[in-house]
Design a protein around this ligand. Structure first.
Ligand SMILES: NC(=O)c1ccc[n+]([C@@H]2O[C@H](COP(=O)([O-])OP(=O)(O)OC[C@H]3O[C@@H](n4cnc5c(N)ncnc54)[C@H](OP(=O)(O)O)[C@@H]3O)[C@@H](O)[C@H]2O)c1
Length: 311
């Protein structure tokens, strides 16, 4: 069954990008998350289900906007949506990323299946509000699905504002993020004492600190979990360069190291969505395939850790 909203989005998306890349874009059928078979996980506070693989935009979408680069990124987005993707994570910290995403999505993205996640990353109530208004404009949406406090910055000031905005319907969910182990104690304290819909932190096959406290706490508190730096900013691939995947990775429908790393994360039952970033179509297609097929059980996950540690 074709989702009419998705088709509308598809047309506007192609229309906008068409001026830049008309010769480059094909017109394959855009799959909804359900049609694509990508695994969905519920947001505990609402029950709304999200595809388990989303995308990040740090560095990869912070570009100058020349036609060639925009054309490439248009294809990356197209591959994302074609694979059933929905959640795009950005931040005012990522230079032009919010504007680039907004521009590539075209003028009718409010009707799309897009799930926008961005952040407030400044000090003070007035500056925080001005920054969030700018994000809405740059992304070109009426409502931001998820507004997160970036790296806990001035969170005591921003949290009441986010609650007001949620009440008014300007944002749908509230979250908070970090990628620093040193913030974990402070973040844990916030998760214990405040009502939040989402939390975002780093977790990957090499950096598993979050298993100790943050992941169990998010489960206890009923908070959805976004995972950043799934490839440790790409450095995991340096480790596996020149190494074949172990033959047993076929048992979990894993065909690349990227899928190996992402399936390790997705298999953690508390993870809602992992947000790898890429500037390349073939990597996007590769990453999205991690959300399909079998996942490792606890024994297999231990085997995966041991295997990568020994490389
Ligand atoms: N505090 C925070 O809120 C916070 C902090 C960090 C990150 N984040 C979010 O999390 C997202 C992800 O983290 P990240 O961007 O730091 O790092 P990451 O996703 O762990 O790694 C990105 C790197 O992996 C490479 N890559 C992606 N897919 C690949 C594939 N299939 N095969 C080989 N290489 C691949 C990319 O290069 P190519 O472009 O060549 O594919 C890029 O260099 C960010 O973009 C951001 O949205 C949030």
């Amino acid at each position: 069954m074709i989702d009419p909203d998705v088709n509308m989005t598809r047309r506007s998306f192609l229309g906008t990008v068409g001026a830049l890349t008309s010769a480059m874009l094909l017109a394959p059928h855009l799959l909804s998350a359900e049609e694509s078979c990508i695994l969905l996980r519920p947001i505990p506070s609402s029950g709304e289900r999200l595809p388990v693989v989303g995308m990040g935009t740090s560095r990869t979408f912070d570009v100058q906007g020349d036609a060639e680069t925009m054309g490439q990124l248009a294809q990356v987005l197209e591959a994302f949506f074609d694979s059933g993707g929905r959640l795009i994570d950005s931040s005012p910290m990522y230079g032009s990323a919010e504007s680039v995403v907004g521009e590539l999505l075209g003028s009718e993205r409010g009707k799309s299946r897009l799930f926008t996640a961005t952040k407030v990353w400044t000090d003070g109530r007035t500056d925080g509000i001005a920054q969030m208004e700018r994000s809405i404009q740059r992304l070109g949406v009426d409502v931001i699905d998820l507004m997160q406090i970036h790296n806990l910055r001035d969170w005591k000031t921003h949290l009441p504002v986010l609650r007001e905005w949620k009440q008014k319907g300007r944002i749908r969910y509230i979250g908070i993020t970090t990628s620093h182990g040193r913030d974990h104690e402070a973040l844990a304290q916030i998760l214990r004492t405040e009502t939040l819909d989402f939390v975002q932190f780093s977790y990957n096959i090499e950096d598993r600190t979050a298993e100790e406290r943050l992941l169990p706490l998010a489960a206890d508190q009923g908070i959805a979990v976004l995972i950043n730096r799934p490839f440790q900013r790409g450095s995991l691939f340096h480790k596996t360069r020149g190494h074949q995947l172990p033959a047993w990775s076929a048992e979990i429908d894993c065909h690349s190291w990227a899928q190996f790393f992402l399936k390790f994360i997705i298999a953690h039952p508390i993870v809602t969505c992992v947000i790898p970033a890429t500037s390349k179509v073939k990597h996007m297609t590769d990453n999205m395939a991690a959300g399909v097929g079998r996942l490792p059980d606890a024994d297999m996950r231990r085997r995966m850790v041991a295997h990568v540690s020994a490389l």
